[in-house]
Design a protein around this ligand. Structure first.
Ligand code: PGA
Length: 249
């Protein structure tokens, strides 16, 4: 299990360091559940130094597919590694929606991240329009298959199912809806990597996960944790979600 906090474009330097301290003080970690926080790029170093010597891992929210070069404003995988990142979120729906990120670009980033020893958290999920049109499974199938093209079975990989209609809206997929899509994703992974490897891939749910609904979601057989946005900005809420995951693990 993994519980990862996606802080998005929130916190200034002082607030980020404080939140990281609060997370370390509040969250009880154990072997069954890994915990990570993904602050904005400019706070990675500051938050990383707060996390030093704790079991809480550091992640970034995006990266460029190239290792270095003339890409003004961008950040590379080696840079993330050099400040102590373990994870990188790739293909988040907000990147797809507001920054035109397409599946091919997600794939290039996934391969680049893996080649530098980062564990990608690959986000997939349908919009409300797509769900209503009965296309949720087809959309997710395409996102998963393109994003993971050329990736091999031994790669450390996290997939996050985040129905776009549930992100930051207070709407959550029901545990049954989440389980159904997670089982589908697991079957897609089994087709590509084999059953045993697919069973070992962490599949997170994301979209308005909070203390009140976390236990039901992480209690589903194919839900291996959560990618938490809003509720990760409060250390107590985040810790409560981690506890729910520990009870389910
Ligand atoms: P949310 O965001 O928990 O605020 O819905 C989740 C995410 O976008 O990763």
């Amino acid at each position: 299990m993994l519980i990862a906090g996606n802080w998005k474009m929130n916190t200034d330097a002082a607030a980020a360091a404080q939140l990281a301290q609060d997370v370390c003080a509040t969250v009880r970690t154990d072997a069954g559940v890994a915990v990570a926080v993904c602050p904005p790029f400019v706070h990675l170093t500051g938050v990383g130094s707060v996390l030093q010597g704790t079991p809480v891992r550091l992640g970034a929210q995006n990266m460029h597919a190239a290792g270095s070069g003339a890409y003004t404003g961008e950040v590379s995988a080696p840079m993330l590694v050099s400040v102590g990142c373990h994870y990188v979120i790739l293909g988040h729906s907000e990147r797809r929606q507001f920054f035109g990120e397409a599946d091919d670009s997600v794939n290039a980033k996934v391969r680049q991240a893996l080649s530098h020893g980062l564990t990608p958290i690959v986000c997939v999920g349908e919009t409300l329009h797509e769900r209503k049109a009965d296309r949720a499974y087809a959309v997710v199938e395409k996102q998963v298959s393109v994003a993971l093209r050329g990736v091999d079975a031994s790669a450390p990989l996290v997939v996050a199912y985040e129905p776009v209609w549930a992100i930051g809206t207070g709407e959550t997929a029901t545990p049954a809806q989440a389980q159904s899509m997670h089982a589908y994703i697991r079957a897609l992974l089994a087709k590509q990597f084999g059953k045993a490897a697919a069973a070992d891939i962490t599949i997170l749910y994301g979209g308005s996960m909070k203390p009140a609904n976390a236990a039901d979601l992480v209690g589903q057989p194919d839900v291996d944790g959560g990618l938490i946005g809003g509720a990760s900005l409060n250390a107590r809420s985040f810790a409560a979600i981690v506890r729910a995951a520990q009870q389910a693990a």
